[in-house]
Design a protein around this ligand. Structure first.
Ligand code: GDP
Length: 313
């Protein structure tokens, strides 16, 4: 991911090397190259415009004229502005003062939510937490089973409606510890949190239903769950390979469920990825985690500065 963008930017900066001072036309030529590199990488147009505007302003300002090495100065400015569009500071989970901390996952079907639920849970478990996964995706017959499989692989308990009873009214925790009645994802989510309280799990990760495209029903359901469980974090999982639809999708979810952070999944893919990089800047919410494969351990805390360095390497 981002290899082409990285190559293009590096080539652009090469042209500046050895220049004692940067003229306005040097800066303009550089900005033009950066703009094309970002657009070709699928970064959203408004993000590209803001980005290049800021870089241009700073590059033409005092910073550069006083610098010993103007090319390095420009690279530094681009690096800092890249960090800014990626959300600035590294941010991880805000834990509730009073456990359990409730983390809701939202996103399109196939974006990698269920897989990420296991990864996040395993990561938190490694830090001494005791997460419970809650299967609130009752839309697809397979979704609950899938979360159970993910839970098993990650060594995490799963609160889920009983197998074979998907429209269903019974819930079990793990293999039959206590059965209660409910029929919808809001109730499942609530019940999961109750169970976490009763059994002293300190984090609840609620996996919600996705659709192949944003639709009103999906958003209502997710927003009802959000209202009912008052999560401490709502993480929007987005497939980094989604392309230009990233912006529209992110905006719809931001309006619908007011997510508090972004997870970029499938960062191991070889797509251009720039659209997903636009999501933090477009919504104002930070990218918090990255998913980089199908294994439970293919998980990273997202560091905007390290990602910017990786791109500019
Ligand atoms: P959900 O519908 O949002 O819950 O998505 P899933 O978690 O079921 O993931 C959809 C597909 O993408 C599955 O085949 C996963 O194995 C795969 N997947 C999820 N995350 C990643 C990732 O980071 N990298 C790759 N290569 N595949 C992933």
């Amino acid at each position: 991911m981002f290899a082409t963008l990285s190559d293009r930017l590096t080539a652009t900066f090469k042209n500046l090397r050895g220049k004692g001072r940067l003229s306005e036309s040097d800066v303009n030529a550089t900005i033009r190259d950066i703009r094309l590199a970002l657009l070709d990488a699928d970064v959203a147009l408004p993000v590209v415009k803001r980005f290049t505007g800021r870089v241009r302003e700073r590059a033409l300002g005092a910073e550069v004229s006083q610098a010993l090495n103007p090319a390095q100065q420009v690279v530094k400015i681009v690096q800092e502005e890249l960090v800014a569009i990626l959300g600035g500071q590294t941010r991880t989970i805000r834990f509730a003062k009073q456990p359990p901390t409730v983390i809701m996952l939202a996103g399109l079907q196939g974006s990698g939510k269920t897989t990420f639920a296991g990864k996040l849970g395993a990561w938190l478990k490694g830090q001494g937490h005791t997460p419970l996964l809650v299967a609130a995706d009752l839309q697809r017959p397979n979704a609950v089973t899938q979360l159970e499989v993910v839970g098993e692989r990650a060594g995490l308990p799963v609160f889920a409606p009983e197998r074979g009873n998907m429209g269903g009214h019974d819930a079990v925790l793990g293999s039959g510890e206590g059965t209660r009645s409910f029929g919808d994802p809001v109730a499942v989510s609530r019940m999961g949190i109750e169970q976490a309280r009763a059994k002293q799990y300190d984090v609840v990760i609620v996996d919600t239903a996705g659709r192949l495209a944003v639709d009103a029903d999906l958003m209502h359901q997710a927003s009802d769950i959000r209202a009912a469980i008052q999560p401490d974090e709502v993480l929007f999982v987005i497939d980094a390979m989604i392309g230009q639809a990233a912006v529209e999708t992110a905006q719809a979810f931001h309006e619908g469920v007011a997510f508090t952070g972004v997870v970029l999944s499938k960062l191991d893919g070889d797509a251009r990825g720039g659209a997903a990089l636009s999501v933090a800047d477009i919504t104002g919410e930070p990218i918090m985690f990255a998913s980089t494969g199908e294994k439970v351990t293919d998980f990273e805390v997202f560091h905007p500065d390290r990602m910017a360095s990786r791109i500019l390497d």
